[in-house]
Design a protein around this ligand. Structure first.
Ligand SMILES: [Zn+2]
Length: 311
């Protein structure tokens, strides 16, 4: 039984996952927690193959490697470096750019960018736990020159709806989604995916929220007063925007970056487990190619011009 990593120390991490074999052992355990099962014929018995960690079905002969059918699928660089990337991405407070990963790990920058983006896919909310109790919702613009404007004319900026759950400990969870406009058709799915019907929701006076009162009985509206009545939410928004401005690569795919920010933020009270959660999601997430993640032209551009539209 492989122990999962619960520390913060890079030395402990290196001791636990410093070789490809140790990483494969961890993947095998996460992939087949209840023992092997053939994907092809559902048979439970397997024989080992030459490739470490791979298993051959004793019935149909199909071989499955430890990395197959996950975000590690067909990985072309040492697995222990991929694990180190996940460690740095998940445990560094403000995250780490592909350029920094490239410098620290001695891998090609494109390789780092693609793998980081795969990790960001795995970081997207699974929408299992809805926010409940006291919840605040508002929208904000990101990008463009006038980031601090309050109001709902979009211009060239991107609109993001943000919801957070509060307790006496402060913010316990938050979610953010890029939306086309502040209409009810855009806001409602965000509510449905992330907020429980019983939550005590607070929004500003915007009319789209008014129409959500039918479904969310405990929704109350009050004047924003330029954000002053939503000070905790607005501090969260400032933190998010400052993080986006600090990213030194194009963040055209804003949603992926929102997912990354929120993933780490939502685990600030349980930091010890964050690497394990990310690793487990990587194992359970279907493979993605770079063509699926980036359109090819955009991918080249991201590597060549590290232009920050939020700067
Ligand atoms: Zn089989």
């Amino acid at each position: 039984m492989i122990e999962m990593f619960t520390g913060q120390s890079i030395y402990d991490f290196q001791a636990q996952f410093g070789t490809d074999q140790k990483c494969i052992d961890a993947l095998v355990q996460l992939k087949w927690p209840n023992g092997f099962r053939c994907r092809n014929c559902d048979y439970k018995q397997y024989c080992k193959t030459k490739k470490y960690g791979a298993r051959r079905c004793c019935s149909c002969g199909k071989v499955e490697s430890a990395t197959a059918h996950s975000l590690f699928h067909k990985i072309k660089f040492p697995l222990h470096k991929a694990f180190m990337m996940l460690y740095l991405i998940s445990t560094t407070k403000r995250g780490i750019s592909a350029a920094d990963l490239h410098r620290k790990l001695g891998l090609n920058e494109r390789t780092c960018l693609l793998f980081k983006r795969k990790a960001m896919e795995a970081m997207a909310s699974q929408q299992i736990y809805k926010m409940t109790g006291e919840v605040e919702v508002d929208e904000t613009f990101v990008g463009g020159k006038d980031q601090n404007s309050i109001g709902r004319s979009k211009g060239t900026k991107k609109l993001v709806v943000i919801g957070l759950e509060r307790s006496n400990k402060g913010i316990t969870r938050a979610y953010a989604r890029q939306i086309e406009n502040a209409g009810v058709k855009q806001l409602k799915p965000f509510f449905e995916d992330h907020i429980s019907n019983e939550a005590k929701i607070k929004t500003d006076g915007w009319r789209s929220y008014k129409s959500l009162k039918k479904k969310y009985k405990n929704l109350s509206q009050s004047k924003s007063n330029k954000g002053k009545n939503f000070d905790v939410l607005h501090r969260f928004i400032m933190g998010l925007k400052s993080w986006l401005r600090g990213i030194h690569s194009s963040v055209r795919d804003l949603q992926a970056y929102l997912n990354e920010y929120v993933f780490r933020f939502n685990r600030h009270l349980s930091k010890g487990n964050i690497f394990n959660i990310l690793l487990k999601r990587m194992v359970n997430f279907p493979p993605r190619t770079y063509k699926q993640i980036f359109n090819v032209a955009e991918f080249n551009q991201q590597v060549q011009h590290k232009k920050n539209p939020f700067g």
